[in-house]
Design a protein around this ligand. Structure first.
Ligand code: OXD
Ligand code: MN
Length: 594
């Protein structure tokens, strides 16, 4: 398939290490993929779903101990511990290579080694990069085929270049005690053992497109961010692009595929999806920031996805999709998950493959759920009814605004604009949210998650902040404006006040208007908030006072917030850029003077 010496040399090493019975190059042809699907069905690795209702769709179940990313077993193995920083687990690279090679050694015996050449980003794009993943899992091959661009063309594009990322995945015994997801940024290498769950084994996604790529971006002067990208089309047909970072499972996929409220649709407003999870951004020839979505599909959380919350995502899953850990409706061989609809299936298997009893279903008890709370769909992006024309083009889209956000019941207002790029970097660096089911561990705890990159930044986060500031200097007055949103303010009973979903379009419109100099704002201690009358409430059951309540910046809440940010910043020690220290001091003074 290739004469690239660096590729062949590494593959030889991998073969010697893993000892497979056979080796198969993934060429990307439908014929080969179809054979693999048939094999996976034969061995029970995948279940073929109803061909009429869900053509080309399959269900896969992971082991119950392997259902989410494992941050405590994820390592950044830079030569120098300091370079991994305070937010990553670190291990000396030589020690870690030794440890995981010992775990992986010989484990492909009796199995096939699949070699997947893949491109993150449209093949040949100047912003795209190439990786090669070896795996012993057909599920991984088929998911990678949806999530990235795979096959012969990728190798042709790579040619003799040594600029590619090595990825080794070995399923081993799926033993959680010996599970390691390791990144060697200085070697462009990823190794994942003892897992078969998407986020840990689809190495193009979090491992390459965020952890390794963030490091590459730092070294090469670009950015790899945990951001959706959307295009907002106005009635004149103009499209403005926005990138937005939210911690896992805060509704990124929903925002990326938003359907505007009817009265705005009638006027001609529309959202186009470029990406739902990751954005690679480079400064273009005109000095603006251009973004591509390096992925080719959506690895979305299934529970809660329905025709109201995300019609476009649901549509995307209707063909050629792989479902993981959802319930199987035996009546018609389709899938089901909590929140899909109100009709609990009478005759279904739960995500573990056991008979499910709808009578025992208790919303408050997740152990009674039919689908795992972090069950997923892997759907081709081209299935999405609102996929942008720009999605498959390599040039990227010019970004007008960057949005940060998180789940904050009481703190951040519905939306505010930072006062400058530096101030925006400060806002991103202090981001916080409640944890969700996307990562293993406690759910519902508030944690700081700078730029939503806490689990994904492949180097010292202090350096990462400095890189953001540096990018701002390069961009100058062409820099995107930076905003913060919070859809999750709650009332005293804990109910969400803002309706969210499609109605978030009302906030996006204000953001884009601000970028175009068309909307007014009120300066507050934390940034610019909208004049309440500038958030259009047409057709919404919300009065001005309620809107004002979620635009409010509360002195007591923010004094506490400042103290917490001070604590959070201590972690970064000397690496915390002075600009951010100054930003924090300014905020502190502003709040004191409120
Ligand atoms: C995801 C995440 O996208 O956990 O899966 O962020
Ligand atoms: Mn994500």
């Amino acid at each position: 398939m290739t004469t690239n010496k660096s590729v062949l040399k590494w593959l030889e090493e991998m073969k010697n290490l893993l000892n497979p019975d056979s080796v198969v190059w993934i060429d990307g042809s439908e014929e080969q993929l179809e054979k693999l699907r048939a094999e996976a069905v034969k061995t029970g690795e995948m279940i073929k779903l109803n061909e009429e209702k869900l053509p080309g769709c399959y269900l896969h179940r992971t082991k119950p101990n392997d259902v989410a990313r494992v941050e405590d077993r994820t390592f950044i193995c830079s030569k120098n511990k300091e370079n991994a920083g305070p937010t990553n687990n670190w291990c000396d690279p030589q020690e870690m290579y030794k440890k995981i090679y010992n775990i992986a050694r010989g484990t492909y015996k009796g199995r096939t080694m699949y070699i997947i050449p893949y491109s993150m980003g449209p093949i040949g794009s100047k912003i795209a990069k190439i990786g090669i993943e070896v795996t012993d899992s057909i599920y991984v091959v088929l998911n990678m085929n949806i999530m990235t661009r795979v096959g012969t063309k990728v190798l042709e594009t790579l040619g003799d270049s040594e600029d590619w990322v090595k990825g080794l995945h070995a399923k081993c015994d799926v033993d959680p005690e010996n599970r390691y997801i390791c990144h060697f940024p200085e070697d462009n290498t990823i190794i994942s053992v003892n897992s078969a769950y998407g986020g840990n084994v689809l190495l193009g996604k979090k491992c390459f497109a965020l952890r390794i790529a963030s490091y590459q971006g730092w070294k090469e002067g670009w950015m790899a961010e945990h951001m959706l990208i959307l295009g907002l089309q106005n009635p004149k047909g103009e499209i403005r692009y926005v990138a937005a970072a939210f911690p896992s499972a805060c509704g990124k996929t929903n925002l990326a595929m938003l359907i505007p409220p009817e009265y705005l649709r009638k006027k001609g407003y529309k959202i186009w999806t470029v990406g739902d999870d990751i954005s690679w951004m480079k400064i273009g020839p005109d000095g603006r920031l251009y973004a591509i979505n390096p992925e080719n599909g959506f690895f979305g959380v299934a529970p809660g996805t329905n025709a109201h919350s995300n019609f476009n995502a649901l549509e995307s899953t209707k063909k050629n999709t792989i479902f993981t850990n959802v319930a199987l409706d035996l009546d018609d061989n389709t899938v089901w998950w909590e929140g899909l609809n109100k009709d609990l299936p009478e005759n279904a298997l739960d995500w573990k493959g056991n008979k499910w009893d709808p009578a025992k279903f208790d919303k408050a008890d997740k152990t009674t759920y039919a689908a795992h709370p972090n069950s997923r769909f892997t759907a081709p992006a081209k299935n999405c009814p609102c996929i942008s024309d720009e999605f498959d083009k390599g040039e990227g889209v010019p970004i007008s605004a960057i949005i940060f956000g998180g789940r904050r019941a009481k703190c951040a207002p519905l939306v505010y604009q930072s006062k400058s790029w530096e101030n925006g970097v400060f806002v991103g660096s202090a981001m916080a949210s409640e944890t969700t089911a996307a990562a293993a561990g406690a759910v519902g705890v508030v944690r700081r998650d700078p730029m939503a990159m806490l689990p994904f930044c492949g180097y010292h986060m202090g350096d990462y902040f400095a890189h953001w500031l540096e990018m701002g200097k390069k961009l100058g007055d062409k820099a995107p404006k930076i905003f913060n949103v919070n859809w999750f303010r709650t009332d005293d009973e804990g109910n969400f006040i803002w309706p969210g979903y499609g109605d978030n379009m009302r906030v996006l419109n204000w953001i884009v208007d601000r970028c175009e100099g068309k909307a007014d704002a009120t300066e507050t201690a934390i940034g610019y908030i909208p004049k309440p009358e500038d958030i259009d409430l047409t057709d919404l059951d919300m009065d001005m006072d309620t809107l004002k309540s979620i635009l409010k910046v509360d002195k007591n809440v923010w004094s506490k917030e400042v103290a917490e940010i001070e604590e959070h910043y201590k972690k970064f020690g000397d690496k915390l850029p002075n600009e951010l220290k100054n930003q924090l001091n300014t905020l502190k003074t502003n709040i004191e003077n409120m």
